[in-house]
Design a protein around this ligand. Structure first.
Ligand code: ADP
Ligand code: MG
Length: 298
């Protein structure tokens, strides 16, 4: 998944091996560039019989795309490629190239009948906005089944806690300061299992002529989303949901995202604006320690 992962487990070294294997297995299944992955084969052949697991994740991705009105879009790959984010060939595309790629994307171009999937109209699948959260969720389930006491997974910006540490102390999860990502701008404290996923424009980007272009694309314009947000952290029971929503809410911007939260009951969120202000939904606000923030209420 092209990132650094840390896993800390209280209880069993065997469980650590199992998590490592699970992460490599999922990377192989879901990677957009891995030449034997379900996603790669589908993108190349336009038609494929997916594994049960990839088919199930695709159903979730399509549902989340509908729910977010397309802000999360698992078919953005033609755009991601155009911007050169997967191959490391970053450049600013010309307007006609962008338009051509925009014409290709959208979940209406996916035909799914059970495990049989066809991509129409040049669309291509990319689970980049959801795969790490899904992997965290799967590993958490595996660790719970293995009966470990507690675990902390950090999969490239996707944090997943499992259980409570043996000494009963709280988890402390920092949210990176978008202006200085090595430092925390806020810390969340809680006990128990939770997924916390951050999407930020500071994570992966390139610069051209003094302008910064990051990797979270607005499926409406084809451009890096410029919504006034520097990062969004989503807290949820499901890592898959948290990952898709962190990407989607980043694209939506603060006002639309707050409205989206008010009509939902399965996540909380923390927003950091381009000018460094922190906003937290009610359920996230109670986990924030000493820092200045504004609360978003129902
Ligand atoms: P990260 O992968 O850095 O944790 P995200 O979860 O926000 O951040 O995912 C960004 C990745 O998802 C991009 O690298 C790209 O592959 C893909 N992507 C970009 N824009 C979108 C979008 N609007 N909807 C779905 N996936 C996207
Ligand atoms: Mg995401």
């Amino acid at each position: 998944m092209d990132t650094l992962m840390h896993v800390k487990i209280w209880g069993s070294a065997d469980a650590a091996d199992a998590v490592e294997q699970e992460l490599f297995r999922l990377d192989k299944l879901l990677s957009v560039t891995g030449e034997s992955s379900d996603v790669f084969l589908l993108n190349r052949g336009r038609r494929a019989q997916l594994s049960d697991e990839a088919a199930e994740l695709l159903r979730s991705a399509i549902a989340l795309s509908r729910r977010t009105d397309g802000a999360f879009d698992p078919t953005v790959y033609p755009l991601v490629q155009l911007w050169g984010f997967t191959e490391g060939t970053q450049r600013v595309p010309a307007q006609d190239e962008l338009q051509a790629a925009l014409d290709n994307i959208g979940i209406e171009n996916i035909e799914q009948d059970g495990n049989a999937v066809t991509l129409k109209n040049g669309a291509q699948l990319d689970f980049g906005g959801i795969a790490k959260g899904y992997a965290a969720e799967k590993c958490a389930a595996l660790l719970q089944t293995a009966g470990v006491e507690a675990a902390l997974l950090s999969l490239g910006g996707n944090v997943q806690t499992v259980g409570t540490k043996p000494d009963g102390s709280q988890w402390a999860v920092g949210i990176a300061d978008p202006a200085q990502p090595a430092q925390a701008i806020a810390t969340l404290r809680f006990t128990g299992s939770l997924a916390l996923v951050t999407s930020g424009g500071y994570q992966r980007y390139f610069e051209e002529d003094g302008v910064r272009y990051h990797h979270i694309l607005d499926p409406e314009t084809g451009m890096p989303a410029q919504s006034g947000l520097a990062s969004v952290t989503v807290l949820a029971e499901s890592g898959t949901l948290a990952d898709a929503l962190s990407t989607a809410l980043f694209v939506m911007g603060l006002d639309a995202a707050a409205q989206f939260w008010r009509s939902s009951d399965d996540f909380e969120a923390i927003f950091i604006t381009d000018d460094g202000q922190i906003f937290a939904t009610q359920g996230a606000a109670v986990l924030l320690g000493d820092c200045e923030f504004q609360e978003i209420s129902r």
